[in-house]
Ligand binder design. Structure first.
Ligand SMILES: [Fe+2]
Length: 354
C-alpha cells in the first residue's frame, strides 16, 4: 500500500508568475465575453468558451516561469522521487455555480510506482477547492474502492482551503475530489503529472527539457483571440449541427471543416477534446436546452475525431474513439483525412499500443 502524501508548498515566486497568467485569462475572458455566472440555459455556449480558454492557456509561453518554479520545488521538496516525465499544464476553469465541474471522489493513478499530481490555483479561491478522504493511510485498496463505489467518501472527507501561493503535490493513490464553485468569482487552476514512465493519456515531456522551452505558443493579441474564438466556436457548432445518425461525418464534410485550417492547432485540438470529455460526463446538462441529448454519441465521436486531425494534443480522444468504434474503421478514417500527417507523426505510435 502506498503511503498517502499531500504536500503543500509555498514559494513567493509563484505569485508573480501566476499573476501574468491570470491577467491573460482575464483578457481572453473579456474578449470572448465569458459569462460571469454559470446557468443551465447557457450551458452549451459557456462550455464552448471554457474549452477555448483551456486550449489557449495550455500551450502558452506565459506558463514557462510557473513550470520552472514548480519543477524546482518538486526536485527540492520531493527529491527522492524517481521521476523522468511531466505532462503539460491541464487547465481547469469553474464559473460560479458551475454544475458541470462538480467532481466525484477518485484517485488519479494506482499503476505507476512514481506518480505525482501537482495542483495549483491560478486565481484566488474563495471556497474550499478540494476535498480529501480522511484516514486514507489506514485503509486497504479494497476498502478504498468500496468507499468510492458506494459514494461514501463525502461522509469521511475534509475540505481543503487553498491560497494563490499554494502548490500541492499528491501521489497517485490519494483519494480526492474537486468542489463546486460556491463563490462569486471565476476560478482557474492548473493540474499536471510527474511520472517515472511515459503517462499514456497525455503527451509527456522529459523533465530535463531546457528552461523556457516547455511552452512555445505566442501570447495572443485581442484581435487574434477574437478571430481564433470565432473560428473555434463556428467549427464546434458545425460539428454539433451535422452530427447525425452516422458514427462520424462523411469525408466530404470532414474536408470542408479542415479547410478552416492552414496549419495544425494544438489549442483547438485540446479544446475539442475537453469539450467532448465534458459532454460525455454531463450530457444532460450541456445538451439539454438545445434538445441535442439524442445526438450525444455522434457529437462526442466527431469532436474527438477533429481533435486528432487538427493536432492530436490529447491522447484521451483517441482512446475514447477506440472504445466506441472498431480500430480499423478509425484508422482508415484518419488516414483518408490526414491533412496534417498526424497519423505518421504521432497517432500510429499510440494506436500500436492499443
Ligand atoms: Fe484528480
Amino acid at each position: 500500500m502506498n503511503i498517502i502524501k499531500v504536500k503543500k508548498i509555498f514559494d513567493p515566486n509563484v505569485i508573480k508568475a501566476k499573476q501574468e497568467i491570470e491577467d491573460y485569462l482575464n483578457k481572453i475572458a473579456s474578449v470572448i465575453d465569458l459569462e460571469k455566472n454559470w446557468t443551465l440555459d447557457e450551458a452549451l455556449k459557456i462550455e464552448i468558451k471554457k474549452s477555448f480558454i483551456r486550449g489557449l492557456t495550455r500551450f502558452s509561453k506565459i506558463n514557462n516561469d510557473l513550470i520552472e518554479i514548480i519543477k524546482k520545488n518538486f526536485n527540492e521538496k520531493i527529491g527522492n522521487a524517481k521521476v523522468n516525465w511531466i505532462t503539460l499544464f491541464y487547465p481547469m476553469i469553474h464559473l460560479p455555480n458551475d454544475k458541470v465541474e462538480g467532481g466525484t471522489f477518485h484517485y488519479d493513478d494506482d499503476k505507476l510506482k512514481n506518480f505525482y499530481t501537482c495542483w495549483t490555483p491560478i486565481t484566488e479561491y474563495k471556497y474550499p477547492a478540494l476535498s480529501i478522504l480522511k484516514f486514507q493511510n489506514f485503509l486497504t485498496n479494497l476498502v478504498k474502492n468500496v468507499i468510492i463505489k458506494l459514494r461514501l467518501s463525502k461522509f469521511f472527507s475534509e475540505n481543503i482551503s487553498v491560497n494563490k501561493s499554494d502548490i500541492f503535490f499528491w501521489n497517485g493513490s490519494m483519494i480526492h475530489s474537486g468542489n463546486i464553485n460556491k463563490s462569486q468569482n471565476l476560478s482557474f487552476a492548473y493540474q499536471m503529472k510527474f511520472t517515472d514512465t511515459i503517462y499514456d493519456s497525455e503527451p509527456s515531456i522529459n523533465i530535463t527539457k531546457k528552461i523556457n522551452d516547455t511552452y512555445k505558443n505566442e501570447v495572443y493579441s485581442s484581435e487574434n483571440i477574437s478571430n481564433s474564438f470565432n473560428k473555434f466556436s463556428t467549427i464546434i457548432n458545425l460539428i454539433i449541427e451535422n452530427s447525425n445518425n452516422s458514427k462520424l461525418l462523411d469525408d466530404k464534410y470532414i474536408k470542408k471543416i479542415l479547410n478552416f485550417y492552414n496549419h495544425p492547432s494544438q489549442e483547438d485540438s485540446f479544446g475539442f477534446s475537453v469539450m467532448s470529455q465534458r459532454i460525455q460526463t454531463h450530457p444532460k446538462i450541456i445538451l439539454k436546452k438545445e434538445n441535442l441529448i439524442i445526438k450525444k454519441d455522434y457529437i462526442i465521436n466527431n469532436l474527438d475525431l477533429f481533435s486528432l486531425l487538427v493536432g492530436f494534443s490529447n491522447y484521451i480522444s483517441l482512446l475514447r474513439l477506440l472504445k466506441n468504434n472498431e480500430k480499423n474503421f478509425i484508422k482508415n478514417i484518419i488516414i483518408r483525412n490526414d491533412k496534417f500527417k498526424m497519423y505518421d507523426l504521432k497517432i500510429s505510435k499510440i494506436l500500436n499500443i492499443y
